[in-house]
Design a protein around this ligand. Structure first.
Ligand SMILES: O=C(O)[C@H]1NCC[C@@H]1O
Length: 359
């Protein structure tokens, strides 16, 4: 079956149960049951991601698309890890497919894993419990605050992050703007652009205006730059564009505002965990911040906050990234919350059972 698997072509007798969370406004739908496990032949997590795309896409559409979701929905499916140090593995999903990293999901899942005792009880300790979550981009270390048995804020160290391309000048068709963008990797690749360079003001422009210009930037980067990643070609694609207020320099300002448009014009309400990772690595590589300086990243959509800081450089990895100036391990922190639970069913005679999106 192709990547356009439809409900009408497969068994529709299904009940999917989910736990609903958010970590800065962007929804996270954690699949709890009803989703078939990937086959043993899908050995690695990237194999499982490919299997989902080719054989399970009707399920992604069921839980992401209307009438059960909407165009800005996000999801996570816990699966068996293949990394020797991982406690569990996760596949992410959104309005277009399956991402390689999602920081907002990791912040929510950190709590979920501890609260649901998905690691041995003896490993749960105060004031912090460590969980290793394998993501498609690699192993992510997660620390969950626990106080009097209650889980709280979460910090994580993602895979090595780096500046891929610096100060690339783009033409934005149909406009007079020629922005300079950086491309960075934080488990996923992002183009980073200042709001004023594309005729946007994050504090006054409408979300539609930001989506329009950010999407034009993503398209321009995709047509101009061939991305490369040392671990796998599956990781080498541009996921989205982060529009910023340009406050990159720590000495001038320890808070910066941004909004990320990713996948198919999807808008992250949160400050974007993998985006904060990529932006922090870029800021470090360009000399705006030093190791240990903690910068705050604020979402222009709703003011939610994450922090980001470089904890160390990674020399071995750096050697494999010949076109990158430095590689760093970035710490991101934020808070996740539970918002509810859902049980999704499908009726055979429902003409809309394949789902749809209002864009
Ligand atoms: O926080 C993040 O990293 C994610 N949020 C939506 C887009 C990214 O995957």
């Amino acid at each position: 079956m192709s990547s356009t698997t439809k409900f009408s072509e497969v068994n529709s007798e299904i009940v999917i149960k989910t736990r609903e969370m958010h970590s800065g406004g962007e929804p996270l739908r954690v699949i709890e049951s009803g989703w078939p496990a990937p086959p043993k032949s899908a050995r690695t997590l990237l194999d499982k991601r490919r299997h989902m795309k080719e054989h399970m896409d009707h399920l992604r559409k069921l839980v992401m698309f209307e009438p059960r979701g909407h165009k800005d929905m996000y999801g996570a499916l816990l699966v068996e890890p293949d990394h020797p140090d991982a406690d569990l593995a996760v596949l992410f999903m959104h309005n277009e497919g399956y991402s390689t990293m999602c920081g907002h999901a990791i912040i929510a899942l950190g709590r979920y894993v501890v609260d649901n005792k998905l690691i041995p009880a003896g490993r749960i300790e105060e004031p912090e419990t460590k969980v290793n979550i394998q993501c498609p981009c690699g192993l992510v270390s997660v620390w969950v605050q626990v106080k009097n048995g209650k889980t709280g804020s979460v910090r994580f160290h993602s895979v090595p992050a780096f500046l891929h391309t610096s100060d690339l000048t783009l033409e934005i068709p149909g406009t007079q703007y020629k922005p300079s963008v950086d491309i960075g990797y934080g488990g996923a690749f992002y183009a980073v652009v200042k709001d004023r360079d594309i005729g946007i003001d994050l504090s006054t422009s409408t979300t539609d205006q930001i989506v329009e210009r950010a999407t034009a930037v993503s398209n321009a980067v995709r047509s101009k730059v061939k991305l490369w990643h040392p671990d796998s070609p599956d990781l080498a694609y541009l996921y989205g564009t982060i529009v910023t207020d340009g406050n990159d320099d720590f000495e001038t300002n320890d808070t910066t505002t941004n909004l990320t448009i990713f996948a198919d014009r999807e808008v992250d309400r949160a400050p974007t965990g993998s985006g904060v990772t990529a932006r922090t690595a870029i800021q470090y590589a360009k000399g705006h911040i030093k190791t240990g300086q903690v910068k705050k990243f604020k979402s222009s959509a709703n003011g939610s906050l994450y922090t980001g800081s470089v904890v160390r450089e990674v020399v071995e990895y750096f050697k494999r990234c010949s076109n990158s100036s430095s590689n760093s391990i970035v710490e991101v922190s934020g808070c996740g919350y539970y918002t509810g639970s859902s049980v999704f069913t499908v009726e055979d005679d429902d003409d809309l059972k394949d789902g749809f999106l209002l864009k």
